[in-house]
Design a protein around this ligand. Structure first.
Ligand SMILES: Cc1cc2nc3c(=O)[nH]c(=O)nc-3n(C[C@H](O)[C@H](O)[C@H](O)COP(=O)(O)OP(=O)(O)OC[C@H]3O[C@@H](n4cnc5c(N)ncnc54)[C@H](O)[C@@H]3O)c2cc1C
Length: 370
């Protein structure tokens, strides 16, 4: 068996890339699971990019047009008229992408695990037997613990966090996501309540299972009303290089993940587009350069995370007072971009009054962010 491109990993990014490449290359996807979906993931994707990337309406479970931010002692709300993000069914999204890729001529090897490279070939374990597949080009889209990244000798400098998420039955405001920033409940990350509908929400956080349990109690959601539990991990940092010889990494495998929210689906897909252009031009060296937007966002997100980890809860309360002011809320409501947090931060910091108040909380906030 010989292919132009062998994609290792049939998650959202690998399947998306398979669709992009199908017209110009002979492509195969290797996926270790026997079916799609099942990964811990809230499935929130910015509405604008969802449309731009051509993702399917049928995977959308809910439309979110606002957020309520809670700290320990206060809250504020931002909203827009139109949906800013969608909450999607991961399995439906992955399966839709895979079905279209097959229709475009891509071969799928399900329940098949990539083990490593030998003599330029991919060694795969498939239903009890070992096979070798040869390709001109290999892409690791195999997630945060990428075997391909290890096999190509990529260097990782990152903070890895475990994520815990439940689906819980309760009563929720359907088009608003809740974001809780309370370091006494969880010192590692914010906590979220993302409604699937009025009756069910995905509630989660990164850090520890204890933090999620504390939050469920505080939010008065009964542990016995949980109908699904999932755990996964994310990596915030850098993994280099993204391409070496005839191997490239994309998606979580390359840590193309927003450290502000742990969202990785859109950034992975944007980089998949860049990888396609580089492959078509035969200039793999251009791949990382073409991902400049994602790199800038990841770098901003890492600095934002440093700021967050350096703030005590009292500082967070003061930041909440500033962000909850009418001036800040108006900026967020009119200019916030779901996938461009740098732009949102700049819009806020351009206002002299807000800037002066934030500097008073901590001068390092501004130095670190800009
Ligand atoms: C709790 C939690 C909540 C999240 N919420 C969001 C969110 O709301 N929005 C968002 O955008 N992102 C979210 N993320 C991040 C998101 O899940 C990832 O960014 C996204 O899944 C990346 O897609 P991917 O295709 O690169 O990798 P993955 O989804 O990890 O897919 C990799 C695929 O490769 C396969 N694979 C792995 N190893 C091998 C191997 N050796 N051989 C063959 N196949 C292999 C895996 O089975 C998997 O199917 C969340 C993550 C967590 C943990």
């Amino acid at each position: 068996m010989r292919y132009d491109v062998l994609i290792i990993g049939g998650g959202p990014v690998g399947n998306y890339l398979a669709n992009l490449l199908a017209r110009d290359f002979r492509v195969a996807v290797v996926e270790k699971k026997g079916s799609f979906g099942g990964k811990a993931c809230t499935g929130i994707i910015g509405a604008e990019n969802y449309g731009r990337l051509g993702l399917p309406d049928e995977a959308v479970l809910n439309e979110l047009r606002g957020a309520v931010f809670y700290s320990r002692i206060q809250s504020f709300e931002v909203e827009r008229k139109s949906p800013q993000a969608y909450l999607v069914d991961r399995k439906a999204l992955e399966r839709w992408l895979a079905e279209r890729a097959v229709e475009r001529g891509v071969d799928y090897y399900m329940a098949t695990t990539f083990l490593g490279f030998r003599n330029g070939r991919a060694v795969l374990q498939r239903l009890g037997e070992r096979i070798e597949v040869e390709a001109d080009f290999y892409v690791g889209a195999d997630g945060v613990n990428s075997t391909v990244a290890k096999a190509m000798g990529a260097q990782t400098r990152a903070e890895f966090l475990s994520g815990y998420e439940v689906e819980v039955v309760g009563s929720f405001r359907r088009d608003f996501v809740e974001v809780w920033v309370n370091r006494e409940v969880n010192p590692d990350f914010f906590l979220w309540v993302a409604p699937v509908n009025e009756r069910i929400a995905r509630v989660g956080t990164f850090g520890s299972i204890e933090a999620l349990n504390r939050f469920l109690r505080m939010r008065m959601l009964r542990p016995t009303s949980v109908v699904e539990f999932k755990a996964g991990s994310v990596g915030f940092g850098t993994r280099k290089p993204w391409a070496k010889g005839n191997v490239a990494l994309v998606g979580d495998a390359a840590l193309q993940i927003k450290p502000t929210t742990a969202g990785g689906i859109v950034y992975g897909m944007l980089c998949a587009q860049a990888l396609r252009r580089a492959l078509l031009d035969g200039r793999l060296g251009d791949y990382e350069r073409e991902c400049a937007f994602v790199k800038k966002q990841v770098s901003f997100g890492l600095r934002f995370r440093r700021v967050f980890l350096g703030l005590g809860q009292d500082d967070i309360e003061r930041v909440f007072e500033i962000l909850g002011s009418q001036e800040a809320r108006e900026i967020i409501e009119s200019q916030a971009d779901f996938d461009d947090h740098l732009k949102t931060a700049k819009a806020i910091l351009r206002r002299p009054r807000l800037l002066a108040r934030l500097i008073r909380v901590s001068p390092t906030i501004i130095r670190t962010l800009l």
